[in-house]
Write a protein that binds this ligand. Sequence first.
Ligand code: PLP
Length: 399
Amino acid sequence: MNLTERVQNLEYAIRDVVGHARQLEKKGKDVIYLNIGDPLLFDFETPEHIKEALIQAVKEGFNAYSPSEGIPELRDAICEKEKKVGDIDILPENVIVSNGVSEGIQMVLGALVENGDEVLVPGPAYPPYISYTEFFGGKAVQYKTSEENGWQPDLDDVRSKVNDSTRAIVIINPNNPCGALYDKNTVKAMVDLAGEHDIPLISDEIYDQIAYDAPVSTANVAKDVPVIGLNGFSKVYLMTGWRLGYVYFTGQDEEALEELREHVTKEARIRLSANTPVQKAAVEALRGPQNYISRMVKKLRERRDYSHRRLNEIDGISCAEPKGAFYFFPKVDGIGSKWRDDMAFVRDLLEQTGIVFVHGSGFGSAYGSGHFRGVFLPPIETLEKTFDRLDPFMASTGQ
Ligand SMILES: Cc1ncc(COP(=O)(O)O)c(C=O)c1O
């Protein structure tokens, strides 16, 4: 068989680390998985009213393919939600429902990237932005985000990397893997830069309501600069396994917007539709009770505070405070001396303690190496057990 290089080169560090952990678990090791950003693997549950809405949708017969762009009711509800949360005005025809933000990333980059094109993505970044850009023959160029400045984008670095081949600038806000939250001035500066060069911004806001300070919607700041917004139901609405997200388009240039929307719609058509009953449940997620969100954020804030404190108490580890999402991305001093690289660190830690983290270079080596990513989703007792193992592990290696 003649298999393609583009697939051979695909990587997803977050899941790639699991194989070794499972082997150790089979041999009897007590393994703590802190690699995947899925709240449902811990003590968070899909809210009852959303589950009920799904069951009802199935029973009432919403089981056929739906329009490729999504059911009208959901597109309307998404516009209402984006108005309420991000204070932006979107028309329902500028919303396309996807099977998760992951599919949205694939469709948007599929419409924008040709061989040799470049996409500016944060360094470090959520890996599919890199993988899909490369899958479509492009090059993902990472711009620096500076750890000492709460992982905010280094604007000079972004500017220096824009060129004639740049097709889009990606913002992930709040950010995975660093937990950064970009403030209004930073978002405005990124928008201005994109506007100056006539490049659209892709703004992933899947963690928009999981923030420990006030979050900013890029489209709200952008006004006339085209923004391709990506959002979904996995995290805030606790529907990871149900696979639903959406793409929206904003900006003043109606013609450009329509062209892009048509391209993405064509891609939506070839995969027929997003999951129909889940779309019905998503309407309930958006229009039904929202009070569980603040309870979830309160719980996560306590876990964030605890993890941040414990990590910084360990010699050889330093960690910027996450301001959004549910990840910590600490730096380990001994990587490069004590351990060959961050992958060796993560492997050694797993073998000795059973803790599964993701190596930082899995989010792009230029800015991610020397770090690891973990989730602070589990209850404090599990986090306590984690840091109670990590601390002596670091001490035993002379950190
Ligand atoms: C920034 C970011 N975008 C997208 C996704 C994937 O979202 P979905 O489950 O909607 O495909 C994740 C999941 O971790 C994420 O962190």
